[in-house]
Design a protein around this ligand. Structure first.
Ligand code: SAM
Length: 250
């Protein structure tokens, strides 16, 4: 069944008002009519089964049939901070990371990021990435759309440390000293409801200066195992490990 996200103010106790692109999708792509059912989420605390009641000029009115359980969110809030990778890999990270339950993405300008964002085009780029996240959230039956934050420097990311219960960075050098336990140790200690910020490097990895600065700021360097993962694979490993630990094993 098709799912749509609406702003909180578009959903009240009895009905949902659907606007914009979703109206086109429902009418032109899905060719739905009165009586057809859809699922709507207010991207916060409600997911409802709805029945299309009427089509108005620029909106669709759907009546709420019943509230549905929203159990498709990870029990912990995971923010993936991704040092800008090349090409369209960030699209991939956001699409797959959304399917795997990330709550937020923060693009980061790493020392070794080849890609440099043109400030003037950043808004357009973030809009496009948000659309990828919305579509992936609908496809994966999430009840929340992950947020995409603006581009951060490493220093700006470090300055936000206190917003999170745990701050970690994926650092393959950790593994070289046989240290593969830190991620498992953090997950074993973390309780449902905590927030974790996980920073992943670009194709060229973190510079020694970045690693020193991050460790000095209290970011936990974590091995993701003995193999070297691509920059776009590492976040998938992290989110899968967290999902397995909190959703399947417990
Ligand atoms: N040093 C890597 C190499 O030799 O190719 C380059 C970096 S790797 C391609 C991209 C990023 O993925 C790294 O900066 C790190 O954040 C993460 N990563 C990849 N494999 C990892 C591992 N085994 N442990 C921890 N982080 C890893």
């Amino acid at each position: 069944m098709q799912r749509y996200f609406v702003a909180k103010e578009q959903m009240n106790d009895h009905m949902v008002l659907i606007h914009g692109e979703d109206v086109k999708h429902i009418t032109r792509v899905m060719r739905m009519t009165e009586g057809d059912q859809i699922i709507c989420s207010n991207n916060a605390d409600r997911v409802c089964l709805c029945e299309i009641d009427r089509f108005e000029d620029d909106q669709i009115v759907a009546l709420i049939v019943e509230d549905l359980p929203s159990d498709s969110e990870l029990p912990v809030f995971v923010t993936i901070a991704q040092a800008l990778p090349k090409g369209d890999k960030l699209d991939y990270v956001i699409q797959k990371g959304t399917e795997l339950g990330a709550a937020q993405f923060i693009p980061v300008q790493g020392d070794r990021s080849i890609v440099k964002w043109d400030g003037k085009k950043e808004d357009k780029r973030l809009e496009r990435l948000s659309k990828i996240a919305k579509e992936a959230a609908e496809q994966s039956h999430r009840s929340r759309i992950p947020s995409i934050d603006s581009l951060h420097s490493i220093d700006q990311l470090i300055a936000r440390k206190k917003e999170f219960d745990y701050v970690l960075f994926a650092y393959e050098e950790e593994g070289k000293s046989g240290q593969h336990k830190k991620l498992a140790n953090v997950l074993a200690e973390a309780k449902n409801g905590v927030s974790l910020l996980f920073l992943v490097g670009p194709e060229g990895g973190f510079s020694a200066a970045e690693a020193k600065k991050l460790t000095g700021a209290g970011f936990i360097p974590c091995s993701l195992g003995p193999r070297i993962l691509r920059a776009e694979t590492a976040p998938m490993y992290i989110l899968s490990a967290i999902s397995y630990y909190f959703e399947l094993e417990r």
